[in-house]
Design a protein around this ligand. Sequence first.
Ligand code: A2P
Length: 333
Amino acid sequence: MKKVNLAVVGATGMVGRTFLKVLEERNLPIENFYVMASSRSAGKKLTFMGKEYTVEELNEHSFDKPIDIALFSAGGSTSEKFAPIAAAHGCIVIDNSSQWRMDPAVPLVVPEVNPEDIAWHKNIIANPNCSTIQAMVALKPLDDKYKIKRVVYSTYQAVSGAGLAGWMDLENGLKGEAPKKFPHPIANNCLPHIDVFLDNGYTKEEMKMVNETRKILHHDDLRVTATTVRVPVFDSHSESINVEFEKPFEMDDLMETLKNAPGLVVQDNPEENVYPLAIEAAGHDEVFIGRIRRDESVESGVNIWVVADNIRKGAATNAVQIAETIINQWNQE
Ligand code: A2P
């Protein structure tokens, strides 16, 4: 069994700390482990697998030592500068920022959905946006079976997606304090505004969902539209997804397809008030789906409700699964 040298870049952040947790839980075969962040955190201690590690400042020489895989979650500009440096040293970067996602030379991967895309990486692999990842796990099995024609996303996204500052805005807002991160109070409110506004009137988050869906499903001209909304929930994103298919479907067959889909858990028993909930998905690695019902307004379509922990499956777990897939391939060679 090949043991790997692995680095976490942005290890002190919300996703970075979850990388450490998920790596521990999944017990990846690690030989040497490195934690990196900005100069602000250099010298801090982080515990991993019962051992203390000192946070190193990320710099041009960080990848002079042999590192096989680096998980990056330190923002777009850090990835823009340092991912190519790591890649040039032969390190495979799995990057959680949006920096490389739409680069045609960079695979954008959800391991349950398009693991085959890992094969053509040139040492940088992008982790999709959190809202896109959970949608893909639900939509891929349906696309394979009934060929998706159009998708309408409406999201209900947790404040943890905006990092610690977003989290604090909700926590402090509930005590009556003014927001610092969001442009309006998030406590007792819904903000139809995630990331910046673009010229077409959509937000960047909405266009990430549109473009990343097309790239991951390999449907360049798929009709997709999205409205992304920040809601006063700490953890886990919920999404209402309306899907239209090219082909007809039977409800029983569709339910069976979803029950057999990798990484997906069906929670759908309206009589017992069973459907996916943000507070129940939090802390889990699966994507939960419920409220599955035919869209009676179109020839062939369905409405679904999809919930997942945005920091785990929406970020850290997905990246660790990509690393796991690569390590498994190395160990089969
Ligand atoms: P630091 O804690 O030293 O600021 P979050 O998304 O939760 O805000 O976390 C961002 C992560 O990215 C943190 O670990 C942060 O480190 C790290 N980071 C931010 N800027 C840089 C940088 N220029 N170089 C390295 N790490 C960075």
